[in-house]
Design a protein around this ligand. Structure first.
Ligand code: SF4
Ligand code: SF4
Length: 314
């Protein structure tokens, strides 16, 4: 397993919403789901991709450097943008050579995905880790789906743990059970999603049924009693912002003492524009909205009651 490399989109430091304490979050590229509301669509495909933000381009009359350098003739003027102004990427022709990235003075292009060794990732984390031990923080693997790169994730978390970092993952659970078995022995905290509990609706919204995901989570609770699990739902009106959904998740986790919390994450639209940057048509077949404050309070009260927040132990 030594020497495994992972496809990393980004490493963010000093994060406080991705596990206990202050953490570095490593975003791994590739996911097995296609959630219609995804706010990290640049992490969906398990290969390197070019991102292009046409809003940054200053126009070919002013510049045009990328047109000259592209070896595949994959860049051309966007006919829909009007007179001679903006650049369009032909995704069929683009070979992801990323020659256009450094030449653009407006930073219109982004390289999504870089192959990195465990040592390279740890080196990047260590430089920023001075506050982590004090806050009981550490390293969180996110994505995409970090369990798609199970060998790399296991090796990285094992090394991080041996250096004294707390280890955590964020997973949607739509992977073979063997991936859990490889990674969870090196994981302190597992944040895992319950997006919708009906197979047909889950498939329509994410591309896969939920039953195998629930089976994986139940098995993980049982096989890894010392791992701390945190259930989560990205809360969206019209999808899962209901008493029925919250009660359904509470029913699943109720008898698992190592599930320590159930967090509701109200939907935000911050990532929607990124769908077009990577050339995907936005998968937004429904009208998604945030839950209002009173509904959120009602749902959080249900969770608090289930976890007996006033008692010292669940
Ligand atoms: S990544 Fe390479 S092939 Fe793709 S548009 Fe840029 S220069 Fe052309
Ligand atoms: S290099 Fe950048 S600013 Fe110049 S034309 Fe290409 S995308 Fe536009």
């Amino acid at each position: 397993m030594a020497g495994t490399r992972g496809l990393v989109t980004q490493i963010q430091h000093f994060c406080i919403h991705d596990g206990p304490g202050i953490r570095s979050v490593v975003f791994l590229k590739g996911c097995t789901l296609r959630c219609a509301w995804c706010c990290n669509p640049e992490n969906m495909l398990a290969r390197q991709e070019l991102g292009m933000n046409p809003g940054r381009c200053i126009g070919v009359n002013q510049c045009g450097r990328c047109l000259e350098i592209c070896p595949e003739k994959a860049l051309r003027l966007d006919a829909t943008a009007g007179v001679d102004t903006k650049i369009h990427v032909d995704r069929e022709r683009c070979s992801s050579c990323f020659s256009c990235v450094p030449v653009c003075p407006a930073k219109s292009f982004t390289q999504y995905g870089k192959w990195m060794s465990v040592e390279e990732v740890l080196d990047a984390i260590q430089k920023e880790s001075v506050f982590y031990a004090e806050s009981e923080g550490g390293v969180t693997l996110s994505g995409g789906e970090c369990l798609m790169q199970a060998d790399f994730s296991a090796e990285l978390l094992a090394a991080a743990r041996s250096m004294g970092f707390s280890t955590a993952i964020e997973t949607a659970g739509n992977v073979p059970w063997e991936s859990f078995e490889k990674v969870l022995p090196y994981t302190d905290v597992v944040m895992h999603d319950y997006k919708c509990l009906d197979d047909e609706r889950h498939k329509k919204l994410t591309g896969a049924p939920v039953t195998p995901i629930i089976a994986n989570f139940r098995k993980a609770y049982e096989k890894f009693p010392n791992v701390r699990f945190i259930a989560r739902t990205p809360l969206i009106v019209g999808v899962n912002a209901t008493v029925e959904h919250v009660k359904g998740v509470l029913d699943i986790i109720r008898n698992a003492p190592n599930v320590k919390d159930f967090e509701l994450l109200p939907f935000h639209e911050l990532g929607v524009s990124k769908w077009t940057y990577v050339g995907h048509a936005p998968r937004l077949p429904f009208h998604f909205e945030k839950p209002d404050t009173s509904l959120l309070t009602q749902l959080r009260t249900l969770i608090d009651n289930s976890f007996g927040r006033n008692s010292p132990e669940r």
